[in-house]
Each structure stands twice: as C-alpha cells, then as structure tokens.
Design a protein around this ligand. Structure first.
Ligand code: PRT
Ligand code: MG
Length: 216
C-alpha cells in the first residue's frame, strides 16, 4: 500500500491533474466527504487528508509514504527524514514582508529600529532579518497575520502573498520579497527503500505530468 498525504484546498486541487497523469484517480471529493482516508482507483494507493502544516510530519514519521507540501512549510519543518525529489511547481506564491501603508519601513530599517514582526514563519523570518542585520522581536501567530499591523500589535508581518489582493484589501503593502514558493513532492526515506519500485514509478509519472503541463 502507498499512502499519499495531501491537504484540502489548493494543494489537493492542484495535485489532482498530476495524480491523473500517474493514472491515479481519487474516488471521493474531500469537500463533500467526512472521511480522512480516501480510496483511489488503484487498489494499492490511498490518500490521507491532513492539515497543510502536518504533511511533512506525517511523511517523516511514516504515517504516509509520500506527500505534497509547500516549500514554506518544508522550510519551517526543516525537512529532516524527508527525500525531496521533485518541485511540482503548483500552489505558487512568495513569502514577503508587509507593513501598513503608512509605515515607513525603509526608514525604520535605516535608523536601526527594533521591529516587531508577527508571523507563522518564525524560522524563515528569523533567518531573513538576521542576514539583513535587522533586529526583530518575533510574535508567533497561527493565522490572520494581516490583522497584526492593523491592530498595532506588530510593525510588520512575514506571510505568503499570491495576487496581493489580501494585502491591498487590508491597507498593507509588500516591502520585501523573501523567497518564491511552490509545492514539492516529499518521500519517507525508509519507504523509498522498502517500496522503491512503486514509488519510483509514481515520482516518474509526477515528473512527466509536470513536464507535460509546462509544455502545454
Ligand atoms: O488553512 P490552514 O491553516 O489549515 O493551513 P494553510 O493555510 O497552511 O493551508 P493552505 O491550504 O491555505 O495553504 C497550503 C499551501 O498553499 C501553503 O503552505 C503555500 O505553500 C500554498 N499557497 C499558495 C498559499 C497561497 N498560495 C496563498 N495565497 N497559501 C496561503 N495563501 C494565503 C496567504 O496566507 C494570504 O492569507 O492567501 C492569502 C494571500 O493571497 P492573495 O492572493 O490575496 O495574495
Ligand atoms: Mg490557509
């Protein structure tokens, strides 16, 4: 049995065409079903639905053999115990620093102010500001980072940006582009040895699916 960990929403939706390229069809709609384990048309492949941030953990500990996860989540997780064979180039976005429209970020950095930064991405943020030589107090959040500067709790946020519409709707502006993000295939290292044949075929089919889509 091959167990594939996916999160509901954009990662599930954007992985479906790549699964199809591998001849794998998920037999239930996760938005309608309450099941956490979904069967596929391949008797030896099943999908487990986990929280996006839990995908690397499930795969690293062998709860799943393979998973799809954002590079943002991987960077925060650290990637220990995971083989990362393929960038699927789906669920693309970027990690950015954003501040309130009225906040003069360049000046704050220039005069060496200590910035209060709210984020779910404390590892990415800590490394970015350390490299830049900016002193920060990090405030760990689990959601709605955008609210932190609006309430005066933080000077800046480090968050994912895709279209930029969320920032704009909340009177925030992007002031630093930290890193481009896409989702990657991750594989449990023990599974890769024990189920080598089947996993290699799946990885290969995903790679072909990515190439075919890029060529289209
Ligand atoms: O929702 P939950 O707390 O369970 O987990 P999650 O938010 O980590 O999961 P999910 O499914 O929302 O995101 C999974 C992955 O999708 C992330 O880890 C990213 O790798 C990727 N991804 C791609 C995004 C976005 N684009 C994105 N735009 N994840 C989140 N967003 C959010 C962003 O946080 C911000 O609130 O969308 C908003 C900005 O979008 P724009 O288009 O308005 O700029
Ligand atoms: Mg979300």
């Amino acid at each position: 049995m091959i167990t594939l960990a996916l999160s509901k929403g954009r990662i599930f939706d954007e992985t479906l065409p790549l699964l199809a390229a591998a001849g794998i069809e998920v037999l239930e709609d996760p938005e309608k079903s309450r099941k956490l384990i979904l069967p596929t048309n391949q008797a030896d492949v099943r999908v487990v639905l986990v929280r996006a941030t839990d995908v690397p953990t499930y795969v690293a500990y062998g709860g799943a053999d393979v998973g799809v996860t954002g590079k943002d989540t991987l960077l925060e997780h650290g990637g220990g115990g995971l083989f990362q064979p393929l960038d699927l180039q789906i669920a693309k976005c970027r990690v950015s620093v954003a501040v309130h429209n009225d906040f003069d970020y360049a000046q704050a950095v220039q005069r060496g102010a200590r910035l209060r930064v709210a984020t779910k991405y404390t590892t990415i943020a800590r490394e970015f500001f350390a490299r830049k030589g900016v002193h920060v107090d990090l405030i760990k959040l689990y959601g709605s980072m955008e609210l932190a500067p609006l309430t005066g709790m933080a000077d800046a946020i480090v968050d994912l940006v895709s279209t930029g519409n969320t920032l704009k709707a909340n009177n925030l502006k992007e002031v630093e582009h930290i890193i481009d993000i896409s989702s990657h295939l991750v594989v449990n290292q023990a599974s890769l040895k024990l189920k080598q044949e089947r996993l290699r075929r799946i990885i290969h089919a995903f790679a072909q699916g990515v190439d075919a889509r890029n060529a289209a």
